[in-house]
Design a protein around this ligand. Structure first.
Ligand code: THU
Ligand code: ZN
Length: 142
């Protein structure tokens, strides 16, 4: 079975991961609305909590190059276990993508699992949530 080219790119990106603590490499390849692809890998830190996730690094690369609309992301781990973006990364993706963003997860060989962002993160907080709130009272309750 032929591997999705975006998954291939995510696999290439995980080679650059800096993972002295978990030894769990993750690569991400993000396709923006105009077809440009940005990649990222996880970068760990001795304090653990400062670790950057592969998806975050790819998103930062895309946004700093002027792309604020995404349409597809592929994620792969070194062990090709079908890893999905964590909750934090799902929320960060939601800032720049609609519910129909396709998330492709590498299961190894030519196998993938595909989800939409809406499936992975339903009812997300968004710009609209804040616009609907009343800043004067801090509440929009009746
Ligand atoms: N990791 C990612 O890069 N993306 C995710 O969304 C899930 C977790 C990384 C963080 C850490 O370096 C390693 O995987 C183990 O959690
Ligand atoms: Zn994450």
């Amino acid at each position: 079975m032929e591997t999705d080219p975006l998954v291939e790119t995510a696999r290439e990106a995980l080679a650059d991961a800096y993972v002295p603590y978990s030894e769990y490499r993750v690569g991400a390849a993000l396709r923006t609305a105009d077809g440009t692809v940005y990649t990222g890998c996880n970068l760990e830190n001795a304090n653990y909590s400062n670790s950057l996730h592969a998806e975050e690094v790819a998103i930062a690369e895309a946004v700093k190059n002027g792309h604020e609309s995404f349409e597809r992301i592929a994620v792969s781990s070194g062990v090709r276990d079908g890893v999905t973006p964590c909750g934090m990364c799902r929320q960060t993706l939601a800032e720049f993508a609609d519910d129909d963003l396709v998330v492709v997860c590498d299961e190894g060989g030519g196998e993938t699992s595909e989800y939409t962002l809406g499936e992975l993160l339903p009812n997300t907080i968004s710009e609209q949530t804040l616009a609907d709130a009343d800043p004067g009272t801090g509440t929009n309750a009746e």
